[in-house]
Design a protein around this ligand. Structure first.
Ligand code: DAH
Length: 331
């Protein structure tokens, strides 16, 4: 074997290697276990040949190492340039989430009452019949006590049918003056249609103090209605019946579409019904141990879905549950 020409061939191959893969192949071919050089080294018999083979091996090795590290560096440089991320580029196209309409209205109502000095309290969605019906003076045999209308967990436990039980729990846990609102889900055994869903939301308000009158109730609801529907709205209150208020009223707001002139939204009456209210029946005070001679109070309970529907004039309540972004994004 001609060591010199082998070395020349190896160095030429090193110089020609243009990638780390190519230089690895050169290393295997000229320095690997089965390379001509290694085989020759294994068979060497005299010192001189051994020295010259070894010297050639070392020169080839260092040429290969040098070339390999040069190629590695070049490849790294190229990758760094090619794969560079420009962190200053605008991202674009990221959709921003938004709150569900009911959550927006819930927060709006909370803000109105926090501004009036009320507290926002939590209620329970699973209630006993004692709090959901008895304490609120629902007479025995009232249709709401039937499993046809109410979702029972067991004989004495229901999914609350209204937020009103929170009135009782609040009064039991603190002394007057009480100024609270509580907002949350309520449940009724209704078949879903355009104006009913078995789950919906209510806001319940309660004020108990010395000397509270119906005028305080009407003033408060007038304030809330204008905050929700616009300052130019007029309000009207008509008598009604609820087991837990005496007198009971229902609140109406002048139609925001026709301003009271009459249109399909208000069914040509000029007025839109928003929800129930009344002066707290003294029976409730007796239940919680308040002195009915000393204290009086008002309460109201309205549906948030109804407020949403009236304000935004969409015809079907079920839209609020469909999670169709084309609907939700409008608000
Ligand atoms: N709980 C009633 C309902 O769900 C609404 C209501 C009416 C609540 C009058 C009240 C009230 O607090 O005073 O239909």
């Amino acid at each position: 074997m001609d060591v010199h020409s082998l070395e020349q061939a190896a160095l030429a191959a090193v110089a020609a290697a243009a990638s780390t893969d190519a230089i690895d192949a050169v290393r295997v071919e000229y320095l690997g276990r089965k390379s001509e050089l290694k085989l020759a080294l294994r068979e060497v018999r005299d010192r001189e040949t051994g020295m010259s083979l070894n010297a050639a091996r070392m020169r080839i090795e260092s040429a290969v190492d040098e070339r390999a590290s040069g190629l590695e560096r070049a490849e790294l440089d190229r990758r760094l340039i090619e794969e560079r991320v420009d962190v200053t580029l605008p991202v674009g196209g990221h959709a921003r989430g938004r709150l569900h309409l009911i959550t927006q209205i819930r927060r709006e109502v909370e803000d109105v009452f926090l501004g009036l000095g009320y507290r926002v309290v939590d209620g329970r969605e699973v209630e006993t019949t004692r709090y959901n019906f008895d304490a609120l003076a629902f007479p025995p045999g009232h249709p709401a006590r039937s499993p046809l209308q109410t979702l029972f967990v067991d004989d004495e436990t229901v999914l609350r049918t209204e937020t009103s039980p929170s009135q009782i729990r609040t009064m039991e846990s603190r002394e007057p003056p009480v100024y609270i609102v509580t907002l949350g889900r309520v449940y009724r055994r209704d078949t879903p249609d355009a104006t009913h869903t078995p789950v919906f939301h209510q806001v319940e308000g309660l004020a108990v103090d010395e000397g509270i009158t119906l005028a305080d109730l009407e003033g408060t609801l007038d304030f809330l209605l204008k905050a929700l529907f616009g300052q130019n709205r007029r309000t009207e209150f008509r008598t009604h019946y609820f087991p837990f208020t005496e007198p009971s009223i229902e609140a109406y707001v002048s139609c925001h579409v026709c301003d009271g002139g009459g249109c399909p939204v208000c069914r040509y009456s000029g007025w839109i019904e928003v929800g129930g209210a009344g002066m707290v029946d003294p029976q409730l005070f007796e239940f919680v141990g308040y002195d009915p001679e000393r204290y009086s109070g008002f309460a109201f309970g309205w549906g948030l879905e109804r407020i949403a529907m009236l304000r935004h004039e969409f015809p079907d309540l079920r839209e609020l549950w469909r999670n169709d972004l084309r609907f939700s994004r409008q608000f």
